[in-house]
Write a protein that binds this ligand. Structure first.
Ligand code: NOJ
Ligand code: NOJ
Length: 593
């Protein structure tokens, strides 16, 4: 104990210097971030470049990258921030912006687009032109986090208006938009989606987490508006989502971001999920992955450490200090750099945690979170430390310093104008990619609010428990893929598709299908070949393989053929698609197309 007091005393000058730097950054950058965020919202925003009323552009950048579109995700996260600032009394000038957003989303929901129309999947379309028309080029679609995030923002607004007694506007104007999004989430949450980075088509932790939140809030709102049967459906689906959420945990100490993708799965996806589902009333609950839960702290530790050695700009930083972080360590987009919004998300998760620990007057160190806390006090032991203990003071002081360190780095790499791009060069700290990224500014504001102790409205995470008996999500099932194929000498048949077990659409790693009756073919060890000859022994055969894919998920796949020189022939479109059952086994009966 003596030594830790001594240590704090020794560190005090630099710690003080850092908190002064961060205080100063918070006061200069806050108004810049607010103004710059609003500048990107049509029609009056000074940089909103033709965007219609209430439409949020991602960035004014039109080349390399062209971000002059409105993404449902970026817009909803921006308006979540704006709505919280207004409803919590932080900025009471924002009401007109919120009304415009509501008006714009009522229109955007109805734009028919390549994902479908309002009743056939179009709500999953990720981005639109800023004049409210469909973008028809190829893109990673659908992205099913959008309707969840939008409904959450609008429910936050609706709850505030209800508390003000404005039932009519909520019923007539907000509810139709919210209900449309929630019905989509309730019916399609277990279908595959592109992740928030628009790259991986599978199931995605962030998407599942925000879908769960939206249906919990939707349950309460539907009840308040008197639609009991809808509320009950939302609640049932929310229970399933909460079960499914648990299945992403990797015992190596992190939430696996996506069920597909073929990467480590260490990803800011999970940190963003945690801050965007923060609910003080849930304490440090692990099943909703609250910021201060032991698994979320270990996840943060694993995530941050993944960036210590991959960016030149982080070199030489001690292992218990903040570093710049990016979307995920394998990222190559625009060179693969740290991002402002992901680095700030780490700080925000820790500020949220401090809010909870201070409010509950204690802090738990568990076996799971021990490695995280050892960063700050190598002798710390598993236990519950009350706010009057030295351990509580030492750990919370150190966590505050650590989290301020992330903001201090963002401050260091903010240009003198205060403008924030998307990324920070991993080599020299210069801004990279889209300038004036709206989401960067929103992330500044929410991180600063959390640092200041601002508590967002509760969304119903308190007291939830798992009812997952026979739950779809936690099971794995064996799917047998059967395909009838006519081949010529030297052709082999392979399977590839939208899950890790199906090699994530790789042709190189595609699963070689077995035909025991055709001597030159052989099975791979990942699956159990059980071949049954069909039709002629030479021309037609039935191929049987068993692979493991996640239960109750939507899987797309195709068969391919390769000849002796490796030339690939794909089946014709569209992709084959199945929803795997909750348990048991499943078999396809396909014919090569
Ligand atoms: C553009 C997307 O917005 C970005 O997230 C992605 O990394 C790149 N395309 C590459 O797929
Ligand atoms: C690329 C990011 O990966 C994606 O999440 C975002 O929606 C778009 N850029 C627009 O900011």
């Amino acid at each position: 104990m003596l030594s830790s007091i001594f240590l704090v005393a020794l560190l005090a000058p630099s710690v003080l210097a850092q908190s002064t730097v961060v205080d100063a950054y918070v006061s200069t950058e806050s108004p810049i971030a607010k103004a710059s965020m609003l500048a990107n919202i049509g029609s009056s925003g000074s940089k909103s470049s033709g965007a219609l009323s209430g439409i949020v552009i991602a960035s004014p950048s039109t080349v390399n990258p062209d971000y002059l579109y409105t993404w449902t995700r970026d817009s909803a996260l921006t308006f979540q921030t704006i709505i919280e600032q207004f409803t919590l009394g932080i900025d009471t000038t924002l009401r007109g912006e919120i009304d415009n957003y509501v008006g714009a989303q009522a229109i955007v929901q109805r734009i028919s687009n390549p994902s479908g129309d309002i009743t056939t999947g179009g709500l999953g379309e990720p981005k639109f032109y800023v004049n409210e028309t469909a973008f028809t080029g190829s893109w990673g679609r659908p992205q099913r986090d959008g309707p969840a995030l939008r409904s959450t923002a609008l429910i936050t607004w609706a709850n505030y208006l209800l508390s003000e007694g404005n039932m009519t506007y909520v019923t007539n104007t907000l509810w139709p938009i919210i209900e449309t999004d929630l019905n989509y989430v309730a019916s399609d949450w277990n279908q595959s989606t592109y992740d928030l980075w628009e790259e991986v088509y599978s199931s995605s932790f962030f998407t599942t987490a925000v879908q769960h939140r939206s249906l919990r809030q939707g349950t309460t709102l539907a009840q308040a508006l008197g639609d009991i049967s809808l509320a009950s459906n939302y609640e049932t689906q929310a229970d399933h989502l909460l079960c499914f959420l648990q299945s992403y945990w990797n015992s190596a100490g992190y939430m696996t971001a996506n069920t597909g993708g073929g990467r480590s799965g260490i990803d800011s996806n999970s940190v963003l999920a945690s801050i965007h589902t923060f609910d003080l009333t849930a304490g440090c609950d692990a099943i909703t992955f609250q910021p201060c839960s032991d698994i979320a702290l270990l996840n943060l530790f694993t995530y941050v450490n993944a960036f210590r050695n991959i960016y030149e700009i982080n070199s030489g930083i001690p292992a218990n200090e903040a570093v710049l972080t990016g979307r995920y360590p394998e990222d190559v987009y625009m060179g693969g750099n740290p991002w402002y919004l992901t680095t700030l998300a780490v700080a925000e998760q820790l500020y949220d945690s401090l809010i909870v620990w201070n409010s509950q007057g204690s802090l738990d160190v568990t076996n799971i979170s021990l490695p995280f806390f050892k960063l700050f006090e190598s002798s710390i032991a598993v236990g519950t430390y009350s706010s009057s203990s030295n351990e509580f003071r030492t750990l919370t002081t150190a966590v505050k310093t650590f989290s301020d360190g992330f903001v201090a780095l963002v401050a260091k790499y903010t240009p003198p104008s205060g403008g924030l791009a998307e990324q920070i060069s991993k080599n020299n700290g210069a801004p990279v990619s889209a300038v004036d990224l709206t989401w960067s500014y929103a992330s500044v504001l929410t991180a600063f609010d959390a640092r200041g102790g601002v508590v967002p409205a509760s969304w119903g995470a308190q007291g939830l428990s798992l009812t997952c008996a026979g739950s779809p999500a936690s099971q794995t099932v064996s799917v047998t893929f059967n395909v009838d194929v006519t081949t010529t000498e030297g052709q082999n048949v392979y399977l590839t598709g939208s899950a890790d077990a199906l090699k994530d659409w790789s042709t190189d790693n595609a699963i070689l299908l077995s035909s025991a009756n055709y001597p030159t073919w052989s099975g791979k060890s990942e699956f159990t070949p059980k071949s049954v000859p069909l039709y002629s022994l030479f021309a037609f055969f039935l191929v049987l393989v068993t692979v493991t894919v996640p239960g109750s998920t939507d899987v797309q796949y195709k068969y391919i053929q390769k000849d002796g020189s490796g030339t690939v022939t794909w089946e014709s479109d569209p992709n084959m698609e199945i929803t795997t059952p909750a348990d048991g086994t499943y078999a396809t009966n396909d014919t090569w197309r």
